[in-house]
Structures are given as C-alpha cells and as structure tokens.
Design a protein around this ligand. Structure first.
Ligand SMILES: [Zn+2]
Length: 82
C-alpha cells in the first residue's frame, strides 16, 4: 500500500515547489508588460496611508495594517507614533 504515500509525498513536493517558485519569482520583472491584472484569487488590501488597493502579496504589513510601499509604512508610522 505504498502508492497513497507516494502520491502524498509527490503532492507535498509539488506544494513546496510552488511556494518556492512564488517566493523566488515574486518581484515583477522590469520591461515588458507591467500592467497585468492580478489573478482573481489574489486578495486585494487597501493601503492604510493612500487608500490604494494592492495585491496582498505586494503589500508591506505592520500588524493588522497594510501599505502599498515601505515608504507609506514609514509615513504612517510617523503619524501614529504615540
Ligand atoms: Zn500607499
């Protein structure tokens, strides 16, 4: 009965490979089309500073807050310092 175990291991490797690929190829490449629509499964979050909606994978997070860039996180932090 090793077949099910083999399938499970294969599925696990596939999952790890997907996560690794997404991590390595996460940043958009320069040149070419940069205005691709994000996949519909991608969750959109709103920047707490400029209110722009950004795919969650591209946001900078601070606890429960999301920001479209490190710059806006800094600005938000300065405003909410105390
Ligand atoms: Zn922003």
């Amino acid at each position: 009965m090793g077949l099910i175990r083999l399938l499970l291991v294969a599925a696990l490797i596939w999952l790890v490979w997907r996560v690794l690929r997404q991590t390595l190829l996460g940043a958009p490449r320069e040149g070419g089309k940069t205005h691709n629509q994000p996949p519909q499964s991608q969750k959109m979050v709103r920047c707490d500073w400029c209110q722009v909606h950004t795919p969650e994978s591209q946001t900078v997070r601070l606890q429960e807050h999301h920001f479209c860039s490190e710059d806006h996180r800094q600005q938000w932090l300065e405003k909410h310092h105390d």
